[in-house]
Design a protein around this ligand. Structure first.
Ligand SMILES: C[S@@+](CC[C@H](N)C(=O)[O-])C[C@H]1O[C@@H](n2cnc3c(N)ncnc32)[C@H](O)[C@@H]1O
Length: 379
């Protein structure tokens, strides 16, 4: 079935990376919108996107869109769609029989209805009442592991109902058993690597590796491992339009640019390094990793060239220490000559203290925080 409109949601600034990932999967993305990349695909393509996208947050199907200037209209429109008989696989009435649990998350912006919890509640009531009217019973709500994860997005008094294919955000990869301080979000780490132009070959060094997110994502890219290979719960598997599709997608080979990739992690803090070790073990990447406790400025990189990826500490203490950034710039220049570098900086002004001219910069959001990717060729 073509014509279903999907959106791969992404943090601000990451939309071009997700668009490039979709294109690499043979899916032509539409023009990106802030926070998401729309695309059209059959269910198989959407499942492939869900399984393979590294920089996206969620994959959503648009089920319906209608004006909702007040809660009565919202309720009426949703309920009517649940009660309506339809053979359309993405109709609300088809997706929501009473034996399938569901959950609703709502967002609202620039609309008369400003309370997202109220929007979620009214939508839930409309579904339950519509099911009672049609089937004589209603489905249960399961906030933890719903079979149908729905989202309602209200923007400028227009409601869009969306099916969240994976239910949980795609950055819950399942390998983070332990966290160090200030871990990088997984999709942000993946995006920094993908956008750096690194082709997935050669050694990868993170001299301040924290809990090892950049290494875990780099290893998965080099070895052609699906980002969410460790997940055991994919709610869409039980929905009729998607049955059997995940098995097909899992069986597809993902290009593995460097099956012998070597990952080098180093951190001053032994606890951070222990976290990296556990996380890389959980990710199935321990055999590729060499880990050391020590000062990044004393770390001897392996023979290169390769990729040096680093997310230096940020926050108040370091913000007072531009000198550290100058030292890092010197370190990259001296010890990683011929390498490619990606620096994930929490602060744009500090990034400039590196004293090196990036070939490119990207402004992105890490949750509520601004971050910068700086890409460098260290010639
Ligand atoms: C922002 S955290 C890195 C987070 C990491 N990207 C992750 O996802 O968990 C910065 C790390 O730099 C380490 N660090 C700070 N100064 C260092 C130095 N001179 N040498 C090595 N590691 C250092 C800290 O211990 C901390 O783990």
């Amino acid at each position: 079935m073509t014509g279903t409109r999907w959106v791969a949601t992404a943090g601000r600034g990451l939309e071009p990376v997700v668009a490039a990932e979709l294109a690499a999967l043979g899916i032509a993305p539409r023009a990106a919108e802030p926070g998401g990349v729309p695309f059209e695909a059959e269910p198989l393509g959407a499942v492939r996107a869900c399984w393979r996208l590294r920089a996206a947050n969620r994959v959503l199907a648009e089920l319906a869109s209608f004006p909702a200037p007040d809660d009565e209209t919202l309720y009426r429109e949703v309920r009517a769609r649940v009660e309506r008989t339809s053979s359309e696989p993405f109709a609300l009435s088809t997706l929501l029989p009473p034996e399938r649990s569901f959950a609703i998350a709502a967002t609202t912006a620039r609309s008369a209805l400003t309370d997202s919890r109220w929007v979620a509640l009214r939508t839930k009531d409309a579904i339950a009442d519509g099911q009672r009217a049609r089937f004589g019973r209603r489905a249960s709500v399961d906030r933890e592991r719903p079979e149908v994860a729905l989202r309602v997005r209200l923007d400028q008094d227009r409601a869009t109902l969306l099916l969240d294919l994976a239910g949980e955000p795609l950055d819950h990869r399942g390998y983070r058993v332990e966290s160090a301080r200030a871990p990088l979000r997984e999709q942000l780490a993946a995006a920094a690597l993908l956008a750096s132009g690194w082709e997935g070959r050669g050694p990868v060094v993170d001299p301040m590796c924290g809990s090892g997110t950049l290494l875990a994502e780099a290893g998965a890219i080099a070895l052609g491992l699906a980002p969410n290979r460790l997940r055991d719960h994919w709610p869409f598997e039980r929905l009729p339009p998607f049955r059997g599709l995940l098995e097909r997608v899992r069986a597809e080979a993902i290009p593995a640019p460097d099956p012998a990739v070597a990952l080098f992690g180093n951190d001053l803090d032994p606890a951070a390094l222990a976290a990296t070790r556990r996380n890389l073990e959980a990710a199935g990447l321990a055999a590729h990793a060499s880990l050391s406790v020590g000062d990044a400025f004393a770390f001897e990189p392996p023979p290169g060239p390769g990729l040096v990826a680093v997310n230096p500490p940020h926050g108040a203490r370091l913000a007072e220490s531009p000198e550290q950034w100058r030292r890092l710039g010197d370190l990259l220049k001296r010890r990683y000559r011929g390498w490619r570098a990606v620096v994930v900086a929490g602060d744009a002004a500090l990034g400039r203290q590196l004293g090196l001219k990036p070939t490119r910069r990207m402004a992105v959001r890490n949750g509520p925080l601004e971050a910068r990717f700086l890409f460098l060729d260290l010639w």
